[in-house]
Ligand binder design. Structure first.
Ligand SMILES: [Zn+2]
Length: 134
């Protein structure tokens, strides 16, 4: 078992491994597989799933770590607005004492006390002013 671990370690050294983009691709592939089984039953969709999985495996075992990092960073900046919007919705749901907004100009999340009526919020990051109902 120890020898197996060592050889696995040697095989993986210098290879990229997993990151957020790979996790996303894996989850996307699984979701598409289920959608295809239960709803679409589409040949083209199953090819797309294969392409996604092959790309995911290629990225995991790639030795071009620099290029894979760039891809992951692009992916993270692409999903960042969606993530922020989700966080705002989640915080607004969980935190009953405050209300959360995204600054319209720089997308910074700002928190204000709830129930103060219509207020003007100054963004702490870019000093942009915008009106919101708290
Ligand atoms: Zn701002």
């Amino acid at each position: 078992m120890k020898r197996f671990q060592e050889s696995l370690y040697r095989f993986m050294s210098g290879r990229y491994g997993s990151d957020q983009l790979n996790m996303f691709l894996l989850v996307l592939a699984i979701v598409l597989i289920f959608l295809n089984i239960f709803i679409f039953g589409n040949q083209i969709l199953s090819w797309i799933v294969w392409i996604i999985l092959i790309y995911e495996i290629f990225r995991t075992y790639s030795r071009n770590i620099y290029q894979r990092r760039i891809e992951n960073e692009k992916f993270l900046s692409l999903i960042s607005p969606i993530k922020k919007r989700y966080l705002v919705i989640k915080n607004n749901h969980n935190d009953r004492a405050h209300k959360y907004f995204l600054c319209p100009s720089c997308k910074q999340m700002v928190r204000v006390p709830r129930g103060r009526g219509k207020i003007t919020i100054t963004c702490p990051k870019c000093a942009n002013k915008f009106d919101k109902k708290s």
